[in-house]
Design a protein around this ligand. Structure first.
Ligand SMILES: NC(=O)c1ccc[n+]([C@@H]2O[C@H](COP(=O)([O-])OP(=O)(O)OC[C@H]3O[C@@H](n4cnc5c(N)ncnc54)[C@H](OP(=O)(O)O)[C@@H]3O)[C@@H](O)[C@H]2O)c1
Length: 312
């Protein structure tokens, strides 16, 4: 496994690919024991970066991750969680951090992220980031991250934090949804902010296992526009390229899609795994290198088919 320094901070060494734990939240119909086992497999493969959030199943994902940390050793992992956009007042944020620490069964959080900016823009950002500073001073969090932040939000937050850097911005990023490349990526690059890529498999579309006749139902993806027939139709060409590259490298389409993201400096995909098999496959997606030419061919095909903005 390759490792990288989050936010260019050598003290924050994380695997080049992580594991997302939204799958431990009831929203995905995953089995708790299977997700815990997936964390064990990730560890065996050298993955240390695990991502969860207080919002996932109202704390359930953090509780399940807490069990996994107990089983596989907290010291082997870099634990990232998030405070929900509804807890951004100074006192609320402190309470939310303590509650997450308790559910996770840890002494500190490695990366604490603001899940999304205040959607109503009523809470001054100074309250939120003063609270983050305090948590950092107290040693409850090792690093500050944000998620779904636009450039203007990052600029404002950086102004409040002063010397304390924002080390990462967690945003939606996959071969079909590349909207962040326009503004967010260049700003992050310039300011040493790593990109943590959520939905790196477009929630399963990039595995190639879904079609208009076979879409996920009964879970959080029900009604998601990603699986609308017109979008699955649009994705076909990319999927066929992923398949043929997969044949060349003896990899699956999902592994090629993840490799494309991980090939970018300072981008860390965090595919969600429901079981050990998926965790293994996702970890093995970074064990080879696509050529520059293959990457640019994938990118030109993908920018021709790029999905319009779709709600998460
Ligand atoms: N910050 C945010 O706002 C935000 C938003 C969304 C997600 N996230 C984070 O990002 C993580 C990943 O995003 P995501 O869960 O939305 O989407 P994703 O990683 O693109 O897709 C995950 C789903 O794809 C399928 N899958 C995963 N690996 C596979 C494999 N190797 N082969 C076949 N199928 C596979 C599984 O579902 P099936 O097997 O049922 O198809 C899995 O639940 C989350 O767990 C969470 O930590 C953050």
């Amino acid at each position: 496994m390759e490792y990288t320094a989050l936010g260019h901070n050598e003290k924050l060494r994380v695997s080049k690919i992580g594991t997302g734990l939204w799958q431990a939240s009831n929203a995905w119909n995953a089995v708790e024991e299977d997700v815990i086992e997936a964390v064990g497999t990730a560890k065996e493969k050298g993955i240390n970066f695990l991502d969860t959030a207080e919002a996932y199943g109202k704390g359930n994902s953090e509780r399940v991750l807490g069990k996994a940390l107990k089983e596989y050793g907290r010291e082997n992992f870099f634990v990232a969680t998030k405070v929900a956009g509804a807890h951004l007042r100074y006192d609320e944020l402190q309470r939310a951090a303590s509650a997450s620490i308790k559910r996770l069964g840890v002494d500190y959080i490695d990366l604490y992220q603001i899940h999304w900016p205040d959607p109503w823009e009523q809470i001054p950002m100074s309250q939120t980031f003063r609270a983050m500073k305090k948590l950092h001073e107290e040693g409850k969090i090792r690093a500050v991250g944000v998620s779904n932040f636009a450039v203007r939000d990052m600029e404002e937050a950086r102004g409040i934090l002063g010397d304390l850097p924002i080390v990462s911005n967690q945003v939606r990023y996959n071969l079909l949804q590349r909207n962040i490349e326009e503004e967010v990526v260049p700003f992050c690059k310039k300011n040493n902010i790593s990109i943590i890529a959520w939905s790196p498999l477009a929630q399963g579309v990039l595995t190639g296992k879904y079609s208009p006749e076979n879409i996920p139902n009964g879970d959080v993806r029900e009604g998601n526009e990603l699986f609308a027939p017109k979008n699955l139709e649009k994705a076909k060409e990319i999927l066929s390229m992923l398949k043929s590259l997969g044949e060349k490298y003896s990899k699956t389409p999902a592994q090629i899609a993840l490799n494309w993201l991980a090939s970018k400096k300072d981008v860390i995909p965090i595919p969600g795994a429901k079981n050990s098999k998926q965790a293994m496959e996702n970890a093995d997606s970074v064990s080879f290198k696509l050529t520059g030419r293959e990457i640019s061919e994938m990118e030109s095909l993908s920018s021709a088919t790029i999905f319009d903005y779709l709600p998460a």
